[in-house]
Design a protein around this ligand. Sequence first.
Ligand SMILES: [Zn+2]
Length: 230
Amino acid sequence: MRRLRPPEILDLFDRQVGAAPFARADALIDLCYPDGEARDMAPGTRNLQLMRIREAHLGRRIFCLSACAACGERMELTVDTMDFGDVPVADHVTVEHQGRALRFRLPSARDVEAAARTRAPLLQLMASLAVDLPDDVSCADPMLIDKVSQALDAADPLGCIIIETACPACGAVSRPVLDPAALVWREFAALARRLEDEVHALARAYGWSEPEILALPDQRRRRYVERVTA
Ligand SMILES: [Zn+2]
């Protein structure tokens, strides 16, 4: 994983400002992990890489807000990115169905997007993931869809991150879903804005250029900003 330099963060933000949340997260992953394409990865692999990117640029602890599903109490949650360790993600799952072992690939973002463009997304996704499916087995069989869905969840546990937490007011257990793509992009957007604010303050005070200011080490740049805004 490579850590982005401040000018790269601003360039990324400029390029992705109107893009869909998934595309933004993919662009970030592709810059930090140049060896693979995020769109071809299983959801859990993408989520794990986003956690590692978050860690490297903004630290381990993530503070989130949620609301209790039972009483509506606002809850503050702290997530530690180190809680998400490397989980072996299988390439395929095998499900037993009508006395046969059927194989399915794990879906990538590319698969999900391609299926979403068709009239029957779920059916299309099932068909695209099936490996050598016998002619007499239908991808539309609800029982098969259920089995495959459960097997895929088990094979890619970080594909959907659920933070189980008890409400401090009523004790009810909530299971909010953490969406690393949305969260990390939001944080990078805030980081880009802060960098622009710092450039603005230092350019005005000292007449330095944007490349000069962004080339300063982070801590030193912030100390100069503290001086000019004190
Ligand atoms: Zn509650």
